[in-house]
Design a protein around this ligand. Structure first.
Ligand SMILES: NC(=O)c1ccc[n+]([C@@H]2O[C@H](COP(=O)([O-])OP(=O)(O)OC[C@H]3O[C@@H](n4cnc5c(N)ncnc54)[C@H](O)[C@@H]3O)[C@@H](O)[C@H]2O)c1
Ligand SMILES: [Zn+2]
Ligand SMILES: [Zn+2]
Length: 389
């Protein structure tokens, strides 16, 4: 089959590789009908995720049709059309039972590799390095889905792929970011980053009852989509100081909830921005925490900072004083896909949200290299690319 293989920073290739096989009776094999590139894939593409090996198949946001089912699969049959959580959960452990699927104790065979870094190992993720299980990714014609009864959710046949696909990863991530903010009537929620995850965070904050949502980015077409898709107010952070603007837009009090939908490659400004860039480049700091620092300062006293952007390792100069003295609640995580996917699917089916709005491009899987470059550099006003194997 054809698959997108990683060969180093800024080097992905569409190659012919062996087809996946059922390895465990609870697996299914999926024929991927649609997949896409996530901001998290850019961290791999840019070479910031450790433990990648040349030839690894990447990609974790996908949907498709079941073509083979293991003997212990109970809920799915050959021919079913499904959307699959990017996070792999066993459905049986302490963490899966509490709906904290990305903390699964059983789905990451390499969790020992994480222990020195994180203290305990976390779940596996499709196509997301050996640290996260070494699973083959889904930017491919076929993919093996372990624990399929829990990760793969049947979808109706009358909705097009582009309406369903973001329910695999970007939509539940944005939703969880908003959910963490414990939104109350009248609340204002500010979201850093108006990429796909940020757009879904803005929309989800609205679904959860936020009165005002504010998008912060510097890419005009993304800010424009934030206005259309989530009726957001917007801040172009290169034109105005985001912290000052937020104060003004919230009557001097600051947003009740602040969501990071940017992550470890935040574009920084000023002396601190340069400091992070240099330290990350020479690997003295794994992540650039520009947005985190800004959120801690901008958030209202007693508010919530919700981090959905991915950070991999260590950061410098976190304003602990602001977090402690302002009594901030800080929540974060890889998303708990299986917890949110059925509810989000219902919201799409009943017409509350049309996730297809985030797609600006569709390309054949064969053009993955071009798609990565376009998404990374925001060429041709690219916001999200659907890849058709
Ligand atoms: N926690 C999870 O489970 C999970 C799941 C999916 C994605 N993610 C993460 O969410 C983040 C966003 O993903 P995406 O697909 O939307 O990516 P994306 O790269 O399309 O979007 C990031 C956006 O952040 C903006 N940005 C950069 N620096 C900024 C700054 N200083 N202030 C404000 N905005 C800034 C960029 O212009 C861009 O529009 C990534 O870090 C990704 O790894 C996390
Ligand atoms: Zn993702
Ligand atoms: Zn589990």
């Amino acid at each position: 089959m054809k698959a997108v293989c990683w060969h180093g920073a800024n080097d992905v290739r569409v190659e012919t590789v062996p087809d996946p096989k059922i390895l465990n009776p609870r697996d299914v094999i999926l024929r991927v009908t649609a997949t896409t590139i996530c901001g998290s894939d850019l961290h791999i593409y840019d070479g910031f995720i450790p433990s990648m090996q040349p030839g690894d198949i990447i990609g974790h946001e996908f949907m498709g049709e079941v073509v083979e089912a293991g003997s212990e699969v109970k809920k799915l049959q050959v021919g079913d059309r499904v959307v699959v959580s990017s996070i792999i959960g066993c459905g049986q452990c302490f963490f899966c039972n509490q709906q904290m699927w990305s903390l699964c104790d059983n789905s990451n065979p390499n969790s020992w590799m994480q222990e020195p870094l994180f203290g305990f190992g976390t779940s596996g993720i499709f196509g997301y390095s050996h640290l996260f299980g070494g699973y083959a990714g889904a930017q491919a014609e076929y993919v093996r889905v372990p624990f399929a009864d829990y990760g793969a959710v049947k979808v109706p046949s009358d909705l097009p792929d582009e309406m369903i696909l973001p329910i695999s990863d970007a939509f539940p991530t944005g939703y969880m970011g908003a959910d963490f903010c414990n939104i109350q009537p009248g609340d204002t929620i500010a979201v850093w980053g108006a990429g796909p995850v940020g757009l879904f965070a803005l929309k989800s904050a609205r679904l959860l009852g936020a009165e005002k949502v504010i998008a912060i980015d510097r890419i005009p077409e993304r800010l424009q989509l934030a206005r259309e898709f989530a009726q957001a107010d917007t801040i172009h952070y290169e034109e105005v100081d985001a912290g000052e603007a937020l104060k003004e837009m919230t009557g001097g009090r600051g947003p009740d909830g602040c969501i990071d939908a940017v992550g470890m490659e935040a574009h920084g400004m000023g002396a601190m921005g340069l400091y992070d860039k240099v330290k990350q480049t020479v690997r003295l700091e794994t992540d650039r925490p520009h947005v985190l620092r800004q959120m801690m300062l901008a958030c209202r006293k007693g508010g919530t900072v919700s981090i959905m952007g991915v950070y991999a390792g260590f950061i410098d100069k976190m304003p602990m004083g602001a977090i402690v003295n302002k009594a901030l609640t800080v929540r974060m995580g890889q998303m708990f896909g299986q917890k949110y996917i059925p509810m989000l699917l219902d919201r799409v089916i009943n017409g509350e949200v049309d996730p297809s709005k985030v797609f600006t491009h569709q390309l054949p899987l064969n053009d993955a290299k071009q798609a990565y470059e376009m998404f990374k550099h925001k060429q041709d006003n690219c916001i999200k690319v659907l890849l058709k194997p």
